[in-house]
Write a protein that binds this ligand. Structure first.
Ligand code: DGL
Length: 283
């Protein structure tokens, strides 16, 4: 059965969208999805026991991400959103080829956001070590005729996880990374792409650190738009009006502590998290 037919057949009900991330950061993407597509239900998988992905190899990230994608599909996801930049950069094609439903990653939408923002076609992208080494952003940006400087910022994820989003140490670390990124021919870059799920939480701090002329874009909103346009194409809105109006049903799966997921996740999602189930993915 083709993935498109699978989705169309379920159109009488609200669609269920599966969102995957290595941990909590993908909740920033879920937040954007809930704002734009409240007429869907969501299941979110955070692979918190195996986080971080950003320092791992292609083979490991691909294996973990494919397992998580299967889990979401087996729990009713009719479309998959790979909210993790590292998993998108390293494993999107592997996830797609193993999935029976449409799969949307964050890098193409992030590159589209950069195109819309940049006036001089010169952008800086920051992300994890693995995302930057894959050059997935550079490839997506150059295909759109943008020049890209990529910069790995491995210390930022642990600082955000620690809750230090307004800490002077984080500001100093960000300043060092970004001074290096905006040097040597890129001082006039006019757009900074946040190529990691955790960085949107640092937006106010990064705003103080980057030159004033620089716009900061992240892929959360443009990913939500890409998902909305796929859904429109695949699922005619035929469900009963009442069914479409009710609040989205949210289900969360985490591979590490449920309590920790609730506590940290709230920071990323912006509201209380209930209905978290622990999942043990056997190696
Ligand atoms: N979710 C990852 C990303 O967006 C960041 C956290 C990790 O390294 O697992 O790249």
């Amino acid at each position: 059965m083709s993935s498109e037919r699978g989705l169309a057949q379920s159109s009488a009900r609200r669609p269920t969208i599966g969102v995957f991330d290595s941990g909590f950061g993908g909740l920033t993407v879920l937040k954007a999805l809930l704002q734009l597509i409240p007429e869907a239900d969501y299941c979110y998988f955070g692979d918190t026991a195996r986080l971080p992905y950003g320092s791992k190899s292609v083979e490991t990230v691909a294996r973990y991400a494919v397992e998580a994608a299967h889990y979401l599909e087996s729990h009713g996801a009719q479309m998959l959103v790979i909210a993790c930049n590292t998993a998108t950069a390293l494993a999107l094609e592997r996830i797609r080829s193993g999935a029976h439903v449409p799969v949307v990653g964050v890098i193409e939408p992030g590159a589209e956001a950069a195109v819309a923002s940049s006036k001089n076609q010169k952008v800086v992208v920051i992300g994890t070590e693995a995302t930057i080494s894959s050059h997935a952003y550079r490839i997506a940006l150059e295909a759109r005729h943008l020049q890209a400087r990529e910069k790995a910022c491995p210390l930022l994820v642990p600082l955000v996880e620690e809750g230090w989003v307004e800490h002077s140490v984080t500001e100093q670390v960000a300043r060092i990374y970004l001074e290096e990124a905006f040097a040597d021919g890129f001082s006039d870059a006019d757009t900074l792409v946040l190529g990691c799920t955790h960085y949107p939480l640092l937006k106010p701090l990064l705003r103080r650190v980057v030159p004033e002329h620089v716009s900061i874009v992240d892929s959360a909103e443009s990913t939500a738009r890409a998902v909305a346009s796929q859904l429109e194409r695949l699922v005619p809105s035929t469900g009963a009006a009442e069914e479409r109006r009710r609040l989205p049903r949210l289900q969360f799966f985490a591979t590490d502590s449920v309590e920790k997921f609730r506590r940290l996740g709230e920071r990323f999602l912006g509201h209380a998290i209930e209905n978290v189930q622990h999942v043990d993915l056997k190696e």
